[in-house]
Design a protein around this ligand. Structure first.
Ligand code: HEC
Length: 254
């Protein structure tokens, strides 16, 4: 029984099936390579093998608890300022430790009152001089994850590249005959919707680490729809019995 427009995967000629299958095989290997690469870059971000939420947070948001200044404020410099003042300094560090907010949010006054009495050029102690902002900044630097420019670069490469892959995978799958229409449309549109969600969630994770979960959900949804379209297409081409007329190696059997 042929589908109304006669365009189903099972009834295509062998050469078109070979073309489709060759493409599907290569993009599947490409997908696996991408997963390996993710494991080797992002997967090791927290020092442990395997991709975790922490890895995604460290990659995009950064590991912001690791400045010398913050460590000292929890350690040997803890008695030097009130809890409130130390909290204010730490918040300032986490927000990027800019010179503007140093001046504008009163951090400068905290340093002048609590730190500079010792941390100055004439103290005679071998400790950094905090009358120079540069010396504070150096010790406040934290890992803030991927830069906005690298995010913009990777985002556009992903949007163009992945949209292209799903164009052909979806086109092949759209010729499958055995999938109910609603499911088919859903599976075809899913990777596009979640591609947008995925890229958006990178940027959101850069701003707020809780969005790391969204990165995982979006990646999972894309992988699932890819696997579904791949398996159904391969099944209909090579395992399902042929449907409709099949005498020519042509896409459009009339
Ligand atoms: C009573 C003097 C004194 C005061 C006040 C003081 N410090 Fe210190 N600071 C020291 C000494 C001494 C060291 C070196 C020993 C150490 O690292 O614990 C030091 C070291 C440090 C270091 C490590 C320096 C480096 O680069 O190796 C940091 C960061 C620091 N202080 C921050 C602060 C901050 C922030 C304040 C104000 C809240 C402050 N200190 C107030 C005496 C002081």
């Amino acid at each position: 029984m042929a589908s109304p427009h006669n365009l189903n995967l099972a009834s295509q000629g062998t050469s078109l099936k070979a073309l489709f299958s060759g493409y599907l095989m290569v993009v599947a290997v490409g997908y696996l390579m991408a997963l390996v690469q993710i494991q080797m870059t992002h997967g090791l971000a927290d020092g442990k093998l395997g991709l975790s939420v922490d890895d995604i947070v460290y990659s995009y948001y950064g590991n912001r608890n690791n400045s010398l200044l913050e460590n000292k404020l929890h350690g040997s410099m803890k008695p030097m300022a009130s809890d409130e003042d130390r909290a204010a300094i730490i918040t300032w560090i986490h927000q990027g430790a800019t010179e503007e907010s140093f001046e504008a949010t009163g951090i400068k006054q905290i340093f002048e009152a609590n730190c500079i009495p010792c941390h100055n050029a004439d103290s005679g102690m071998p400790i950094p001089d905090y009358t120079e902002f540069k010396n504070i900044k150096e010790r406040a630097l934290v890992d803030t994850g991927a830069s906005f420019s690298s995010l913009a670069r990777v985002s556009h490469i992903h949007l163009f590249g992945i949209a292209f892959i799903f164009m052909f995978v979806g086109l092949i799958f759209s010729l499958a005959a055995g999938v109910p229409k609603a499911l088919k449309v859903g599976v075809i549109i899913t990777p596009y919707a979640f591609l947008i969600v995925d890229i958006t969630s990178w940027w959101l994770t850069k701003l707020n680490p809780n969005f790391a979960y969204l990165v995982i959900i979006a990646g999972g949804a894309m992988a699932f729809s890819f696997a579904f379209m791949w398996c159904v297409s391969m099944y209909e081409m090579w395992i399902l019995p042929r449907k409709g007329p099949d005498s020519r190696d042509a896409l459009l059997d009339e």
